[in-house]
Design a protein around this ligand. Structure first.
Ligand code: ADP
Ligand code: MG
Length: 275
């Protein structure tokens, strides 16, 4: 396996607040190519800071961030790093620039001066990959929140990245759109082998990940597979993250004497266990 993202003993404090309470303190994390990692944590725990360090929007005060072996401190590598790791944010409206969906997706390629034929081909592929080919000629403001997040994802895909970081990208969406975007990220992970880092405060989004990372006060306090993570119900309570319904349900069944496997994280899996 290849390491795609290597965060090595990183400490970071925002310039205005160079206090003992840095946003990140001595954080280390390695992510392999093709992994789907969910990053959980309360507001202010350092999730977005971590995300921004991964595509050189921020640079570590101490330690190093290596993306595909390239150090984010290396100015000459910054363009390649940003093409390799794309971030989508909470509010799709802050990421949309052009007045037509297809122009918006083409934007980053156009400003990098790619040939029109190559841009057209990449935009086509990206539109299809996120399922909005039919909306290409519409102005983005006519689209739903979920569709606008798809435009943002397509804009990143057009750059042919190896990793997408979704920083609370579903938190402004309704539950259905939220599931669709999470589903799309999983699809891109499975079908295109894209590495995904999904930052969320919603515990249920962690169930299908390969790995769950939990941040607290600028540090990583948990890093393990979801089955192990959700099995430790006492710690889940102490982390004060709201439990997803299926996990709560399985726990109640266990308390009633049913034996439910620890890796049964969805209602369907729990029903199977009961049979
Ligand atoms: P999260 O994404 O988990 O909510 P952040 O990474 O945004 O956490 O924030 C980590 C810490 O850094 C918090 O204490 C927050 O107040 C602080 N912080 C975040 N962004 C800025 C900023 N632009 N300027 C100053 N402090 C910031
Ligand atoms: Mg955040």
């Amino acid at each position: 396996m290849t390491v795609l993202l290597a965060i090595q003993h990183v400490t970071y404090a925002y310039p205005a607040v160079k206090t003992p309470n840095a946003a990140l303190r001595d954080v280390s994390l390695q992510i392999q190519e093709g992994e789907y990692v969910v990053v959980l944590g309360h507001n202010g725990s350092g999730k977005s800071t971590l995300a921004r360090l991964c595509n050189a929007l921020l640079l570590p005060d101490e330690g190093n961030v290596l993306i595909g072996g390239m150090d984010t401190h290396d100015v000459a590598k910054r363009r390649s790093i940003r093409d390799m790791v794309g971030i989508i944010f909470q509010n799709p409206d802050n990421q949309i620039i052009a007045t037509l969906v297809e122009d918006d997706i083409a934007w980053s390629l156009a400003i990098q001066g790619f040939a029109p034929e190559l841009i057209a081909e990449r935009v086509e592929d990206a539109l299809i990959a996120v399922g909005i080919a039919a909306l290409r000629q519409l102005p983005p403001h006519k689209l739903s929140g979920g569709q606008r997040q798809r435009v943002a994802i397509a804009g990143i895909l057009a750059l042919r990245p190896r990793c997408i970081i979704a920083d609370e990208a579903t938190s402004m969406l309704d539950p259905l759109a939220r599931q669709e975007i999470t589903g799309l990220l999983h699809h891109l992970n499975k079908e295109q082998g894209l590495t995904i880092l999904q930052v969320t405060h919603l515990l249920e989004e962690a169930a299908l990940a390969d790995r769950v990372v939990v941040m607290e006060q600028g540090q990583i306090v948990v890093d393990e597979p979801p089955a192990k993570f959700f099995a430790n119900v006492r710690r889940l309570h102490s982390l004060r993250l709201a439990l997803p319904e299926p996990i709560e349900f399985a726990e109640r069944l266990r308390n009633l004497g049913y034996s439910i496997a620890e890796n049964a994280l969805t209602i369907e899996a729990i029903v199977q266990e009961l049979y």
